[in-house]
Write a protein that binds this ligand. Structure first.
Ligand SMILES: [Zn+2]
Length: 188
């Protein structure tokens, strides 16, 4: 996880710092969110695209209800289209369109057409949902990837998955951005 570069323009800078400082978020009720997460896990194991789509939308609707916002429609797709340039390949597992407020998630990786793991898939769903939450509820229209953004995302992810939250240890770079120090984080 890499944080975005800190914008210089005053208004964007203010939004960035506000997001960075917001390390906590109110959590939704454990149920039925955890039940929906288990349905997603089962759908991935069965490679059932329709069931995955139903479960993802049920989870998004439940989370949206907790935050009193409109649920972002989720489209679950099969194989991620491969984006390629001459010397690198970009591959992500989901995206969020701020204009339509839709989330797209892919069940399979482009290169080996391997099924996306449950952990990666669920964390992508929550990541994209948090962009939606930033934009529609927290007055953060740019929804920067800040330490706060990643920590809020992790809190919701672990709550929904019912797994323990680790305190993230950040490593600062010269340009003021951060990456997760995984070794130190896992030692905690
Ligand atoms: Zn993102």
């Amino acid at each position: 996880m890499y944080t975005d570069r800190i914008p210089k323009a005053a208004k964007k800078n203010e939004e960035y710092l506000r997001s960075d400082e917001m390390r906590k978020i109110k959590l939704p009720p454990a149920q039925p969110a955890r039940k929906h997460a288990l349905s997603i896990k089962q759908a991935l194991a069965d490679e059932d695209l329709k069931a995955a789509s139903l479960a993802c939308n049920a989870l998004a609707a439940d989370l949206a209800k907790a935050y009193k916002i409109k649920a972002p429609p989720i489209r679950v797709l099969s194989v991620r289209p491969r984006e390629e340039t001459e010397d690198w390949v970009v591959e992500t597992f989901g995206d969020y369109d701020p204009n339509t407020q839709r989330i797209r998630l892919w069940m399979r990786t482009a290169i080996k057409k391997k099924a996306t793991s449950y952990g990666t898939f669920l964390s992508t769903l929550i990541h994209e949902f948090c962009h939606h939450l930033d934009m529609v509820a927290l007055e953060m229209p740019h929804s920067y990837h800040t330490r706060g953004f990643f920590e809020r995302t992790a809190l919701i992810y672990h709550h929904v998955q019912n797994t323990p939250v680790r305190k993230i240890v950040w490593k600062e770079h010269k340009d003021g951005t951060f990456t997760v120090d995984w070794a130190a984080t896992m030692r905690k």
